[in-house]
Design a protein around this ligand. Structure first.
Ligand SMILES: NC(=O)c1ccc[n+]([C@@H]2O[C@H](COP(=O)([O-])OP(=O)(O)OC[C@H]3O[C@@H](n4cnc5c(N)ncnc54)[C@H](OP(=O)(O)O)[C@@H]3O)[C@@H](O)[C@H]2O)c1
Length: 250
């Protein structure tokens, strides 16, 4: 299902919503944090680099948007105890969680499976899949407290149709699609809606690593498409569940 990026964020449309974004310190995560905060949501900004998290926090506050909350965590090293602590923090400080956006991931390297570096395979699976599973598992009880909660998994075209040499990244996105679909069925009778989203292409560090020779100016900036994330957290998309969503760029 295609999702338009031509959405106007209205100030206050997500007031009282609490939304956790992973990898909120840069790239698409930073852009969606700014738009979600503009819409009035309290964004829990999860990331591993405190310095860049703080600079996005300053941007949000300087613009007069809803003040976010910083949550430094390295998804590669995080254990179930870290997620349990996050769950306890959220339950203590917020009445509910209304959104969980799994945005953080790493690209790994372009390599045939036959030669793929085993350590990098493990790291990619840990960040892109295992951390996503654990974070989801521990936050479902907090999402259950909301009367309209969303889980959004950032995916990719290589997680829907296999492409040679995309290695652990492509396989991790196939896993994310499976997780999204399975969870959407398991949570069907709850107030939690679950979908995956392929943002197609964005002018970020990840895209530059994957396509070093292309002219990055031809790719949309993450800021130009992040309003679609507000739309996907809004009342208007309440009925979407178990969908493989794709941003409409052209
Ligand atoms: N860019 C594209 O064209 C494109 C296309 C299809 C899908 N996507 C998907 O869209 C999402 C956002 O992509 P992007 O282009 O914004 O990527 P990006 O610029 O590479 O940013 C990735 C984010 O993930 C964070 N991250 C990586 N490892 C982490 C860890 N161990 N712990 C915590 N955070 C970690 C990074 O934090 P650090 O700053 O600390 O590294 C950064 O905030 C990804 O899921 C990607 O797969 C992107």
């Amino acid at each position: 299902m295609n999702i338009s990026t031509d959405y106007q964020v209205a100030k206050g449309e997500l007031t009282d919503k609490v939304i956790l974004v992973t990898g909120a310190n840069r790239g698409f995560g930073r852009a969606m944090t700014l738009d979600l905060a503009k819409a009035g949501a309290t964004v829990i900004m999860l990331g591993r680099d405190l310095g860049s998290l703080e600079s996005v926090y300053d941007e949000v506050v300087d613009l007069g948007y809803q003040e976010p909350v910083l949550y430094p965590l390295d998804l590669e090293g995080a254990t179930p105890e870290h997620y349990e602590q996050l769950q306890a923090n959220l339950l203590e400080n917020f009445d509910q969680l209304d959104g969980l956006i799994h945005n953080a991931s790493i690209i790994g390297t372009m390599m045939p499976i036959e030669q793929y570096d085993i350590k990098l395979w493990y790291s990619t699976m840990q960040i892109n899949v295992n951390a996503v599973f654990m974070l989801t598992q521990f936050l479902i009880p907090v999402l259950n407290k909301s009367d309209d909660a969303r889980i959004l998994f950032l995916s990719s075209s290589v997680g829907r149709s296999a492409r040679a040499y995309w290695g652990a990244y492509g396989v991790s996105k196939f896993a994310i699609e499976g997780l999204s679909k399975t969870l959407s069925e398991e949570l069907e009778k709850t107030n939690i809606r679950v979908n995956s989203l392929d943002p197609k292409r964005m002018r970020t560090k990840m895209r530059q690593t994957a396509y070093p020779a292309e002219n990055a100016d031809n790719n949309p900036t993450p800021e130009s498409i992040s309003p679609a994330i507000v739309y996907l957290m809004s009342e208007s998309t309440k009925a979407l569940n178990g969908e493989q969503l794709t941003l409409e760029l052209d």
